[in-house]
Design a protein around this ligand. Structure first.
Ligand SMILES: Cc1cc2nc3c(=O)[nH]c(=O)nc-3n(C[C@H](O)[C@H](O)[C@H](O)COP(=O)(O)O)c2cc1C
Length: 324
């Protein structure tokens, strides 16, 4: 897939997930073989006001590249300034959030609120486009009603404003994450615009990605929730596309990814904060394995990387013994 002048290795994209797709998680996913990773949404206002917490979200590392930084906001000038900051921090792509339907974001006129205000969206797109030279993308929902009319209009405005690709999560803003995403809208969008379309919504297994590509003709596939417990889904999609099959994740692959994830999280968040986070995140990665609940209980109080490492060592040792 090519987005603007940027070649993406393959067709898979890690979705922006607030609170999840931070630098440590993105590094793991990229290493596993995802083509493009996206940051969690970052407040343009927070960046330009100099909030240290927000600015810290621009942390990046060479081994995650290419990376897309997603911005949300409603002020065209602030969005343009924030895009420059993100580009200078190392973003390969800037993505504009037009899909978030969380009340707090909507109240500020950002996210899905822009799908009700296409002229404001146009102003944001053109301002940001003028401010940066790297590829610029937009992530949208169906709109506020299910026909997709607002999505098609916004996508046309985006294309006319020099946006390089569109991601469509075909649920309405009011739907949140309920119901199922309407992939026919992805197919229709693909017919209506020339820039690449990335399809998103309800890819839970590698087979779903192939089905989405076939049914909609989309250029790339974005995976969100399924990647939280199975970041290997990206290499599995690649294997299924290129070899017609994929393998189950091995114990050793899981073990080394979890160890690397824990270490990267400690480096980024500090030991105690990272360990608090690992208490739930590591369990997502062993869900369904024998003894997973025992492992989950064992890590509820971890405070150091050494402790976490020891518990992972003994859990994986027991899994290997069971396998022999
Ligand atoms: C916990 C969580 C956080 C999310 N955060 C963002 C976000 O920051 N920006 C965004 O555009 N979408 C966000 N989304 C939506 C996802 O990017 C994606 O569009 C949606 O989950 C559908 O894809 P999936 O079925 O593969 O999960 C979030 C979704 C979840 C579940």
């Amino acid at each position: 897939m090519k987005i603007g002048n940027l070649h993406i290795d393959g067709i898979t994209v890690l979705a922006p997930l607030a609170g999840i797709t931070n630098l440590p998680f993105r590094r793991i996913v990229r290493k596993i073989g995802c083509g493009l990773v996206c940051s969690e949404m970052i407040s343009a206002n927070g960046l330009t006001y100099g909030s240290p917490k927000t600015q810290n979200m621009l942390a990046s590392d060479a081994d995650e590249k290419p990376v897309s930084f997603q911005l949300f906001g409603a002020d065209p000038a602030i969005m343009a300034d924030a895009a420059v900051m993100a580009a200078e921090a190392g973003a390969d792509i800037i993505d504009i959030n037009c899909g978030c339907s969380v009340k707090k974001i909507l109240k500020g006129g950002a996210g899905s609120a822009l799908m009700k205000d296409p002229e404001k969206a146009r102003e944001i797109f053109t301002n940001v486009r003028k401010a940066i030279r790297i590829p610029l993308t937009v992530k949208i929902r169906s709109g506020w009603e299910p026909s997709g009319k607002e999505a098609f209009l916004l996508a046309r405005i985006a294309e006319d404003s020099g946006i390089d690709a569109i991601t469509l999560h075909p649920r309405t803003a009011t739907q949140g994450f309920t119901g199922i995403s309407d992939w026919t809208l992805i197919a229709e969008l693909k017919q209506r615009i020339k820039i690449p379309v990335i399809g998103n919504g309800d890819i839970t297994r590698p087979e779903d990605a192939i089905r989405m590509l076939t049914q909609t003709g989309c250029d790339g596939v974005m995976v969100g929730r399924a990647a939280m417990g199975n970041p290997w889904i990206f290499s599995q999609i690649h294997d299924l596309m290129t070899h017609g099959r994929y393998s189950a994740v091995t114990i050793d692959q899981r073990f080394s990814a979890m160890k690397a994830f824990a270490a990267a999280s400690v480096a980024y968040f500090g030991e105690l904060n990272a360990c608090r986070m690992m208490r739930s995140r590591l369990t997502w990665l062993v869900k369904g394995l024998p003894g997973a609940s025992r492992f989950r209980e064992s890590i509820t109080k971890i405070r150091t990387l050494e402790e976490a490492g020891g518990l992972m060592d003994s859990y994986f040792e027991s899994l290997r013994n069971e396998q022999d």
